[in-house]
Structures are given as structure tokens and as C-alpha cells.
Write a protein that binds this ligand. Structure first.
Ligand SMILES: [Zn+2]
Length: 274
């Protein structure tokens, strides 16, 4: 268990989804509630690049770090570009993108790390956040997969980097697919369907029609990708951000103006249980 120490009133109202509490990691997904932002960014917007008042975002991030008992100098954010480049980071990159976007890890959609104390963050609103953990080699990753990253394989890049840097084997990986737009709501146009067929036809099973509308199941597609790599321990939380836009930021449900939530993961020292 990694319950936060008693902090303050704001922190006590800070809900989030925690995973892997039986392991020496701090990992999960933030939700909308608990922060200082207003309007379409209410309340816990963790993104500095979406038009929200930067001072409030800084307050939100400070609260987020307090809740996780995280040293901001060892937190890392990426400049996500809907690509499929993974970057292995260390404490040397600690603080990247924390208080400004300018020094985030450039052009990166998958952060990978093998050190304790370093908090990896991926920001999403409808796009899929995927967390990976190899408890054998002590390596973690946080991955951003919108439809482009799902088609091009941002999660594959993360797994390849874990293998190359730390010797991770696929069957050793635990994976969780976090809150994101579900197959219930993710209608797509012909260009998305065409990209799937041309670039990753094995994901075709994740395309389907309801009436005249085509849907892309990002959860199934990323599960298919992970399974194809040999990763069977995949948990899909099944929380649709669009269906539950009161709980989660949803880019589509808010017509493109909204905050972002974090998928986060940090390895903790094995000696710090309880
Ligand atoms: Zn939905």
C-alpha cells in the first residue's frame, strides 16, 4: 500500500485511480476532480499547453506532487506529438517539462525509466494512456496512444526500449490501459480506417460499424498490439472519458477545449513498504 501521508484539505479531496498497489510502484491515473482550474479546465488540469491559466496549472501540479510525495525535480513530462518515439530517461532529466513546456522531453510519446524516484507522466484527454511495469528488471514506461500512436505503435516502441535498455522480456511486463475514449464513442472517418488497413492491418478487428458510423476501438487495438508482442497480462480499465466527461477530461465531449489528466508511474525503493 502506498497511501499518502496526511497533507492538507485540498489533498484530501484529491481522488485518483491507483494501480499496482501490491508492488513497489506509485502508479495510476488522475481524474478531473480535486484541482484549482475553472471552466472547461475544472478542476485538476495538469497541462500547460491547452490555454488554461498557467498559475492554476502550477498549483494543480504542486498538489499532484504533494499527493504522490514526489520531488518535482524528479518528475518528467514529454512533448507529446502523436508519434511513436520512446525515450529512456534518468534522474538527470528530472524536472523536464514540470514548470514549463519548453524543457519537456522533446518529440516523445513514450517515457521509459529504470530508476526509483523518477515520476513519468503522460497527459491525455480521450487519447489512451498506457502504463507498463517490469517487476523483474525494475523498469517502467508511460505511453501516449491516440489513434496515430495506436496505429504506428507507440506502445511497441516503449516495449522495445525496455528490452534494449533493461533486458525486459514481454512476458514479464504488466500493462494497464487507462481511461480514454471507448469503442462506444470513438467514431472515426475514412482516413483513420484507411491508416489502420494500410499501416497495421492486424488491428482491423478493432474497426467496426454501427449504422452508417465507423468506430475504432482503441482499447482493443492496444490490447492486440501488446498481445502480439507477447504481453498477456493486460488490464483495460474500460473507463470511457466521453461517456463520463463529468469525471474525466474529454477532448471530443468538450469540442476541443479542456484540461488533461495524467497517467503516471514511479518505482519506489523496495524497502519503503507501508
Ligand atoms: Zn463512451
Amino acid at each position: 500500500m502506498h497511501l499518502p501521508a496526511q497533507t492538507d484539505a485540498a489533498a484530501d479531496r484529491f481522488p485518483m485511480i491507483r494501480i499496482w498497489e501490491e508492488y513497489p510502484v506509485t502508479a495510476g491515473f488522475t481524474v478531473r476532480q480535486g484541482g484549482f482550474s475553472r471552466g472547461p479546465y475544472a478542476a485538476l488540469n495538469l497541462a500547460l499547453h491547452v490555454g488554461d491559466d498557467a498559475a492554476r496549472v502550477i498549483q494543480n501540479r504542486a498538489l499532484f506532487f504533494r499527493m504522490l510525495q514526489q520531488d518535482p525535480k524528479q518528475a518528467i513530462f514529454a512533448e507529446q506529438v502523436h508519434g511513436h518515439r520512446a525515450v529512456v530517461v534518468t534522474s538527470r532529466e528530472g524536472g523536464a517539462g514540470v514548470w514549463q513546456t519548453a524543457d519537456a522531453i522533446a518529440r516523445c510519446d513514450a517515457l521509459v525509466c529504470g530508476q526509483t524516484g523518477v515520476l513519468l507522466n503522460i497527459l491525455v484527454a480521450d487519447c489512451v494512456p498506457i502504463l507498463l511495469y517490469d517487476p523483474v528488471h525494475n523498469a517502467v514506461a508511460a505511453v501516449h496512444a491516440g489513434w496515430r500512436g495506436t496505429v504506428s505503435g507507440s506502445v511497441d516502441a516503449a516495449v522495445a526500449s525496455m528490452r534494449m535498455a533493461f533486458g525486459t522480456l514481454p512476458h514479464q511486463i504488466l500493462a494497464v490501459v487507462g481511461p480514454s475514449i471507448g469503442p462506444c464513442c470513438y467514431a472515426v472517418g475514412s482516413s483513420v480506417a484507411q491508416a489502420v488497413q494500410e499501416q497495421a492491418s492486424f488491428l482491423g478487428a478493432a474497426l467496426g460499424w454501427r449504422g452508417a458510423t465507423q468506430y475504432f476501438d482503441l482499447w482493443m487495438a492496444n490490447r492486440l498490439r501488446l498481445n502480439r508482442l507477447g504481453i498477456d497480462r493486460v488490464q483495460v480499465l474500460g473507463q470511457c472519458t466521453f461517456c463520463h466527461s463529468d469525471q474525466y477530461f474529454s477532448y471530443r465531449a468538450s469540442n476541443g477545449t479542456c484540461g488533461r489528466m495524467a497517467g503516471f508511474i514511479r518505482m519506489d525503493g523496495r524497502e519503503t513498504s507501508g
